[in-house]
Design a protein around this ligand. Sequence first.
Ligand code: MG
Length: 304
Amino acid sequence: MSQLGPGFVSDPYEVIDERFASVEGDSRLERLFDGCRWAEGPVYVPAGRYLLFSDIPNDRIMRWDECTGAVGVFRTPSRHTNGGTLDREGRLVSCEHSGRRVTRTEHDGSLTVLADRYDGKRLNSPNDVVVKSDGSIWFTDPSYGIDTDYEGYRAESEIGGCHVYRVDPSGGACHIVADDFVRPNGLAFSADERRLFIADTRVNHIRGFDVADDGALSNGREFARCSNGVFDGLRLDEDGRLWAAAGDGVHCFDTGGALIGKVRVPDPAVSNLVFGGPKRNRLFICATTAIYSIHLHINGLALL
Ligand code: MG
């Protein structure tokens, strides 16, 4: 891997299994922006052809325009927003560290609080979120936003643990679906929503769970362990491969959990990723201070 100059990194692929060669697209990784303190939370908005991403310590959400390449501030203060996604109506759902809540941005721009407490106690600092096709909201709640004043505001955990939650689609009630994590982080459903993958950054592995119709998780077992850095954000592609943020880039696993290849970045760590572009064949990567993209010969799983 070598630096070609401003904006591009050549030869980013690391092929571990020959099956990975078929997913390779662009020969160069493109640096779109480099001005974050800690980039996270990439959300591609197909209706506007733009990418939103969080710059957590700087308390802002940024917006990169796919049509013009322009970058600007989308929201500040953002209450140290971390991860986000779109719901089935294309509305932005955000995890706020210092807001200690999960919110939805309505079509008119107003905010609706989806979850801020469990059993009367404030959440720690929601980290990442996914929306199931039934409208339920699933999010992780580690303590990174209350551990220090860097990515939020230091505070004691009221709940006393770092859990995974599900917000009911009808009544809005917030339930714990997994309480045996140390630092739950990125999460992603399989295409049929029968499996949910969740990263535990402290244990540094990804577990896969069976998902029942009523939202109960069972049979959690280790899917993959991280071989470089730590796991953070996760996404799946249409063929069932799982793509995970790690220390040296984005790691790609086959459906059985075997590491088949990497898209490597020169920065210290990758926090998160999303498939975007109108065909979802463009991988966007949040890597410490920078945002990268690369076209691949696969398509990300549709989130809408
Ligand atoms: Mg995260």
